[in-house]
Design a binder for this molecule. Structure first.
Ligand SMILES: Nc1ncnc2c1ncn2[C@@H]1O[C@H](COP(=O)(O)OP(=O)(O)OP(=O)(O)O)[C@@H](O)[C@H]1O
Ligand SMILES: [Mg+2]
Length: 363
């Protein structure tokens, strides 16, 4: 049996948010049924991260979470909120990259009736919605410069003025921002205001990529096996030693989100009893299944082969397949970075996310 064996319990503290954390000093020797809501912080680096989160959570300080795509930035933000005195208040999350330049301000600050064409009623902004709680601004690096100025003002004055209004609304919100781009570089390039940068990075929290905290991999695998086994109403398959080896050695460019998707998919395609390396569908593993001739192909030749494969498909499926191939290849090329992929393809991140969901690459 090569399934992962875990034998360490959840911490005994009474607070539910703390109870849902699993700390594995030795991930290879731990056994318990992991709850769906559990957070995994098993690797030494993750445990350091967890103690930082616990230390800074009670304060009101603005936090800036940095980490590659899929590393758990939103999850950490929620955890900071759950451990803070604001936990009974709202937690509102907004992705700054998901809105056009004109929309993002009305989303953040709200608007009054008649503020602009189409504003038939007034609408609360996210700052107001999050009043008394925490506002999570994801991909803050995507905010246009003009909005950055206004955001800084809101943070300094602790009040928002909805578009089309003159009446400031006092707000009591803790801001947590996240970025998967290097904001120092953005500041140097003039794309991000230095004063706002210093204002938001009071507590910088860096989440290491999964490949730098490999002690988390197997507990995460166990966690997601449990989550998806429950959801799919299947039994938990055994993992062969080769499967474990692949899981541990794979570099996980899409981090925890990628691992989650891989396990979900593997559960769907495996024979129900054993989870074999091929079920993981990891790029390095697939290579062992392609013919020898294909290994020798250059990237141009591989592209040509892909196109030829496509052309052989039914004409009415061709367009969809082509779109899927282009999007997924670009996504892989951009190491699962959605902002970069959307930029390369010339589409919005929302459209990209919708396509990736449609292809089953993300949830
Ligand atoms: N420590 C953890 N334990 C358990 N699950 C985790 C952990 N960290 C992240 N996850 C899971 O991984 C997935 C991705 O996490 P999350 O959405 O927080 O990442 P992100 O860094 O915000 O990603 P993106 O950059 O794409 O917005 C989620 O399903 C989340 O629940
Ligand atoms: Mg996120």
């Amino acid at each position: 049996m090569h399934g992962i064996q875990f034998d360490k319990a959840i911490s005994s503290e009474s607070d539910w948010t703390k109870k849902s954390i699993i700390q594995f000093p030795n991930p290879q020797q731990i056994s318990l049924s992991i709850r769906a809501s559990a957070l995994i912080f098993a690797d030494e680096k993750s445990q350091q991260l967890l103690s930082l989160i616990e230390k800074v959570a009670p304060s009101n300080a603005t936090a800036l979470i940095k980490g590659e795509t899929g590393t758990g930035k939103e999850l950490v933000a929620r955890h900071l909120h759950n451990l803070s005195p604001r936990r009974e208040g709202p937690f509102a999350a907004i992705n700054c990259g998901a809105f056009s330049e004109t929309l993002v301000e009305s989303e953040l600050f709200g608007y009054e009736r008649g503020a602009f064409t189409g504003a038939v009623g007034s609408k609360k902004g996210w700052f107001e919605t999050a009043n008394g709680g925490t506002l999570f601004l994801d991909e803050i690096g995507d905010l246009p410069l003009s909005t950055q100025v206004k955001l800084l003002r809101v943070l300094q004055e602790r009040e928002v003025i909805p578009i089309g209004s003159r009446k400031p609304i006092p707000i009591d919100v803790r801001l947590i921002a996240a970025t998967n781009v290097n904001l120092t570089e953005a500041v140097n390039a003039g794309r991000f205001r230095e004063d706002l940068y210093y204002r938001i990075k009071v507590v910088p929290i860096e989440i290491p990529p999964l490949r730098e905290r490999r002690g988390d991999i197997l507990p995460l695998v166990e966690h997601f096996l449990e989550v998806y086994r429950n959801r799919l109403h299947t039994v938990k398959p055994e993992l062969t030693s080769d499967t474990l080896k692949h899981l541990i050695e794979y570099p996980w460019p899409g981090n925890i989100r990628e691992l989650e998707n891989v396990i979900h998919r593997a559960l769907l395609v495996c024979d129900g009893k054993t989870l074999k390396p091929f079920d993981l569908n990891l790029p390095s593993i697939q290579q062992t299944h392609v013919s020898d001739g294909e290994h020798a192909l250059s990237s141009d030749q591989r592209l040509e082969k892909s196109i030829n494969d496509l052309i052989r498909q039914e004409p009415d499926q061709l367009y969809d397949l082509f779109i899927q191939k282009v999007v997924l290849q670009t996504y892989e090329y951009c190491k699962s970075n959605q902002v970069q992929t959307a930029r390369v393809l010339g589409i919005s991140r929302n459209v990209l996310r919708a396509l990736l969901k449609q292809f089953g690459t993300i949830q």
